[in-house]
Design a protein around this ligand. Structure first.
Ligand code: ADP
Length: 310
């Protein structure tokens, strides 16, 4: 089985439901807090694990209970966590999230150990990169580290996938040269290319990324599905599944993981995107992040039902 490696962030999301969002100087009382494993890197590794991949996560955590919760979730999903780096001084990354009665979020992110993932950590794990087939990045760890690791992965002739979120103020142009597949959503595509309303100018925006050196581009468009343009300039629009979406958290992350798994199995970009579109459709019908990701069996059953219904 081909090996996937996710290099990125791990957070613990501390979610508090409040009557209203507190204003400056205000103290409010609530009943409880839910602690949910998150972070784009961990979500993608978890999704790959649940979908049956041979996947390893490389990232940094603190020596605290937050890391224990995250590690246990990843292990249960079948992710190899033996390469996680543990910091003495930093806490595991945290997100403090309040959700008010109207459903609006306010989020404070404490980067913690995620901000310490360094070139040295990559050098310490060169053998891991060498043994992997596909390396997946997002941008919640230092950009210099992503750039360095992607360059190494490319030197070892690995397939590099970038989920360019969050888009930094200054995206390092050199990074494009090391990316085989980039998977922005519509907002990220606009930020990367400077094109307003990219959905109306998809081909122009995608070609802009391809000119910078990326081979394949896949744009996720929420309930409007996916647009892709491969290295041979073949384009395809895949409509989203018609579902009752209740929570789109981890839709993009599970899409990236599902895509990587299918590519690892030798499927074409188009076939991989169709599979990922099914996986994300299931994810949006369930509440939660890592907990909403289906197993491979669930996805297979879902696809069978959909195909029988046609
Ligand atoms: P992100 O979570 O990164 O913003 P998107 O919102 O574009 O990403 O969603 C990723 C994928 O999830 C979409 O391309 C689609 O396959 C699926 N998806 C998202 N929202 C819906 C929805 N309302 N109905 C069906 N599929 C959806």
């Amino acid at each position: 089985m081909k090996k996937l490696l996710v290099i990125g962030s791990l957070n613990l999301d501390c979610v508090v439901n409040v009557d209203h969002t507190p204003v400056a100087g205000e103290t409010i009382i609530c009943d409880s807090m839910n602690m949910i494993p998150g972070g784009k890197g961990a979500n993608q590794a978890c999704a790959a694990g649940k979908l049956g991949a041979d996947v390893t996560m490389l990232g940094a955590v603190g020596k605290d209970m937050y890391a224990d919760i995250q590690k246990s979730s990843l292990s249960q999903a079948g992710v190899d966590i033996s390469h996680l780096v543990e910091r003495d001084k930093e806490s595991t990354g945290l997100a403090i999230i309040t959700v008010n009665a109207e459903g609006d979020n306010s989020i404070i992110v404490i980067q913690g150990a995620n901000a310490t993932l360094s070139e040295k950590d990559i050098d310490d794990n060169l053998e891991l990169i060498r043994q992997s087939d596909i390396v997946i990045f997002q941008l919640e760890v230092p950009l210099e580290t992503v750039l360095y690791a992607a360059k190494k992965a490319k030197e070892f002739e690995k397939t590099v996938i970038l989920d360019p979120a969050p888009v930094p103020k200054e995206f390092p142009e050199e990074l494009y040269r090391y990316i085989d597949i980039i998977k922005p959503n519509e907002t990220e595509l606009g930020m990367l290319t400077g094109i307003d309303n990219p959905e109306q100018h998809l081909k122009e925006a995608v070609d802009c990324l391809k000119k910078k050196g990326v081979k394949d581009v896949l744009v996720t468009l929420g309930d409007k599905g996916v647009y892709l343009e491969d290295k041979n300039s073949e384009t395809e629009r895949i409509p989203a599944m018609k579902v009752q979406a209740v929570d789109t958290t981890a839709a993009g992350d599970s899409f990236t993981a599902a895509l990587a798994i299918m590519l690892a199995e030798g499927k074409s970009l188009r076939e991989a995107a169709i599979f990922a579109n099914y996986v994300s459709a299931i994810v949006v019908t369930r509440k939660g992040a890592q907990s909403s990701i289906p197993t491979l069996e669930e996805v297979k059953r879902y696809i069978e039902q959909k195909e029988m219904a046609v």
